[in-house]
Every structure is written in structure tokens, then in C-alpha cells.
Design a binder for this molecule. Sequence first.
Ligand SMILES: *Cc1c(COP(=O)(O)O)cnc(C)c1O
Length: 385
Amino acid sequence: MPTKHNPITGNQIVERLGVRPIINAGGPNTMHSGSRPRREALDAMLAMSEVFVNMDELLIAAGEEIASLVGAEAATVTSGASGGLVIQAAAAVSRGDAGIIGRLPDTDGLPNELVIQKPHRFVYDHLYLTPGTRFVEAGDAAGCATEQLEAAISARTAGVIHLESPFKNRGTVPLWQAAEIAHSHGLPLLADAASMLPPRENLRKFTSKGADLVSFSGGKAVRGPQSTGFLVGKKEWVEFARLVNAPHATIARAQKVSKEEVAGLLAALRAFVDEDETAETARYRRDMQSVVDRLAEVPGVAMSLEHNYDHYIPHAVITLTDSWRGPDGPEIARRLMAGEQRVYVVSGYLGDREIWVDPLNIQPGELEIVAARVHEELIKGAAGG
Ligand SMILES: *Cc1c(COP(=O)(O)O)cnc(C)c1O
């Protein structure tokens, strides 16, 4: 519906472009356009468009507001959590030195190695390499022991990386211990916790366990502008990060965040922090339980409601069991995207026997459509269709 803010609808825009919209039951990933920005964020963006400011002043003040909202020593705005990873690495190499900041990604003669536990390697980790850095892996695919992490550190090390992400922290050195090891060598512990919200307690958790910089997304469950993120951490390291970040003429100049996006992120984060997490979780659980109940009768599938470190928001998980005779999970997901009403669900992340339904982006009225479409494709698949 057109609103007083907006005389046109989203459907009119995508129709004009010939782009078919989706119901997003797969969560806030960027390829499927993130999450829905909160009303508060959109209002703040529109309001912020009315004024001009000095961006250094705005970003410093925004960082202070984020820090007080989340209970961190310091914070700063980044372009997505990914932008935060570039900035973390650049901060570790430059440590506020203007000469070094000015020549990155040239790191000749500087400590430019980032130690990363092998099981923490992940799809976005090359962002850490943007400022002329390189990885030194510790441990192997099965895990990493403290001695292995310790042994990977040398005079060439600039920092130690730690990933907090679903399915990534098994058999590895825990954050508090990795931080102790890093600090004993005078190095920063750089953490990526992009998607680990909720629970809201994570806003404080990783810094309280010793991380010097922690990267979060503003465009996932926080529901700020899709392009935003923020770093929280120690005062000194946040300042090093801010100095290498846009809008300065540095390696991160291309990662600019507009004043409107900064204001949108602040409004979204305030609303996110204020929200009643118990009620939110109960709503997610109720919705996902209804999907579980609806699909339980399909022959050959096992349904479960998962809410844990790996599924940090309650998910309905469909497992194709040994008695399943239909197509694999990614094929079911493809068929759901090919229908008249396209429905996006996740499959293939952990092999092709699981399909996940994520409640975050499901809008009022859509849950029933999601359950009905998944039911339809599973019944068709089970019948050999
Ligand atoms: C989502 C995610 C990112 C990227 O975050 P953006 O805010 O989209 O840039 C980086 N790392 C991990 C572990 C993520 O889950």
C-alpha cells in the first residue's frame, strides 16, 4: 500500500523492472536482500537527509552512541560486517600510523600475517586480506589446539582472527583463550560475529571475553540499512579502525556509509536493543512449531524445531530421512523458488538432506503460504514427482 511517506509500492517497482519478488523464509542473507529495515530506521534516514554534517564528527558521535547502547568501551560504523573485517585487518597492520595507513595495501617489511584457526576459514574471510595481509593457518580441518595457535604466531604476525558463526566453533580454541594468547604477544584479537544477533547478550559477550574488535552486521536481525555494520571493542583499537575507515582517503574509501545510513543504523539498533527478546523468541517458536506440525505428516521427512548456537533464531528444520524417495533438499528449494509465488528457504548449507525455514523475514500473512508451498513440494517429491 502507498503510505504518506511513499506514493508508490515496492510491488510497483519490481513489476516495472520485471523482477519477481520472493517470500523470504531463508533468513537475512545478502543475495536474498537481507532483512526488512525497521520503520524507525527508514524514518531516521529520511529525516537525516535534511541536514549536512562533518562526517568525522557524525561517525565519532554515532560510535559513542552505539557503545553506550550495547555496553562496549567503544564502537564505530562500518559498511556491513564485511567492511568491518577489512578495517580490523587494516587497523592491526597500521595501529593508527598515518604513514602506514597511507600506503596500504603495501605492507612490505611490516608484520602482515593474520593467524586463523583452520576450522574458522569461511566464505567471507578473504575480506581480511584486503589490506595486503596474508593468512597463517593454525590446526587442521578437524580442529585447533592452543599449542597450534601459539605456534602459528611469529614476529610477522599482526593479529589473531576469531570467527563466531553457526557450525564453525567445534574443536577450536575458545575466544577467551585465543584472546589471552594474542594479548600475551601484544596482538589484537579480531572477531567476526556478523550474524550472531540475537541473542542480544552477544553484543557484549565477545568483548567481555577479551576480543579487541568485534564485527556485527547492521542489516541482518538488527534490521538497519542492509549496507551497514558496526565494530565494537577496546577504545584504542576502535580508534585505529576509525582512522583507516571511510570517509578518509584510505584503502576503505570505497566502503563509505552515508549519513542517512548511519542514522538508520542507530535507530534500528536502539529499537533492536529495546525489543523484548523473550516475547520475540516465543513468537518465532510458535510460528516455526506451526510449520513443524504442518509438515510432520509428510512420509520420509523428520521435522524439528532448532534453537541453539547454530540456529540462533528458532528454525523449522526438515530432514530428509533414509526412507525419503524424493529429490534432495537443494532441488526442493529450487522448486520453491520456481513457483508462481516464489518462496526462498535454505538447503545445501549442511549437505543436501536438510531444509531450513527461518522466521526473521516472514511477514504477516506469509507463514501460511510458506507452510502450504513447502508441504505441496514435499508431498509431490515424496510421491516421486
Ligand atoms: C553475514 C556475515 C558476514 C557479512 O556481513 P555483512 O553485514 O553482510 O557484510 C560476514 N561474516 C559472517 C560470519 C556472516 O555471517
